[in-house]
Design a protein around this ligand. Structure first.
Ligand SMILES: C[S@@+](CC[C@H](N)C(=O)[O-])C[C@H]1O[C@@H](n2cnc3c(N)ncnc32)[C@H](O)[C@@H]1O
Length: 222
């Protein structure tokens, strides 16, 4: 019999990971508090997921990263810090309040020159980027509208170079659903499940899902 993952144990695990692996400077530590005070929602990744993103970017020596879903720039700062010298993060955000806040946050964290915030919706911007930079991106991070993930997938795949990484948050759960929510009750759950299965079955990817927080799927483009 396995260990029972109670809600309390899940919370403790998240806090433990953030305490042990989530060390962060003042730019990151106070960012979401400042964002919430400015009217943004408190829905960024955790510090330990941020450290994982930075580590993954460093492992592939990322020179070009595309993120979908900027919010306040919290995950973007971790990603930008993982870039190789001279690298660039393109981060996509349709909400002007979020995009403007994030631009200031990137500048304050000292990564403003490495980040382009593109104001737009994920699917058309990814389509445009895929027509311009197919095979030229080292890491794509999806963290926007979960029900749109199946639409992002073909463009994200086209963007990645061989050896590049597709990373997606909320692949096991979100605010009001978990992967064991019955099919048909949550559009987000069904979309995440579809993308997990599509990527796992895709011979062009080597994929796994890390059950950290709400689940982070990582797939290496072969
Ligand atoms: C979960 S938050 C991103 C959190 C951020 N990655 C972080 O961890 O710091 C999702 C963001 O996606 C943005 N968004 C909403 N609709 C979108 C769309 N269709 N395409 C891209 N981004 C979208 C929201 O405005 C919000 O800022």
């Amino acid at each position: 019999m396995g260990i029972e993952m109670t809600p309390g144990r899940w919370r403790h695990t998240c806090d433990y990971l953030d305490t042990v692996f989530g060390d962060q400077d003042d730019h990151l530590a106070g960012l979401m508090e400042r964002a919430v005070a400015a009217g943004l929602p408190d829905i960024a990744i955790s510090a330990s997921v941020g450290r994982m993103l930075m580590g993954l970017a460093r492992m592939v020596e990322a020179r070009l990263i595309v993120e979908v879903g900027t919010l306040a720039g919290y995950s973007g700062i971790w990603l930008a810090r993982g870039l190789a010298e001279g690298g660039k993060l393109i981060t996509v955000e349709p909400n002007d309040l979020h995009a403007g806040f994030a631009e200031s946050a990137f500048a304050e964290a000292g990564v403003g020159d490495r980040v382009d915030v593109v104001r737009g919706f994920g699917t058309p911007v990814l389509e445009q980027l895929a027509s311009e930079r197919a095979g030229g991106v080292d890491l794509v991070f999806l963290d926007a509208i979960k029900s749109e993930y199946p639409d992002y997938l073909p463009f994200a795949k086209a963007l990645l170079r061989p050896g590049g990484l597709l990373v997606a948050d909320n692949m096991l759960g979100g605010g009001d659903w978990w992967v064991d929510t019955p099919e048909g009750q949550s559009e987000s759950r069904d979309a995440a499940d579809r993308v997990n299965r599509l990527v796992a079955a895709d011979a062009d990817f080597e994929a796994f899902c890390v059950p950290i927080r709400e689940g982070v799927m990582v797939a290496r483009r072969k």
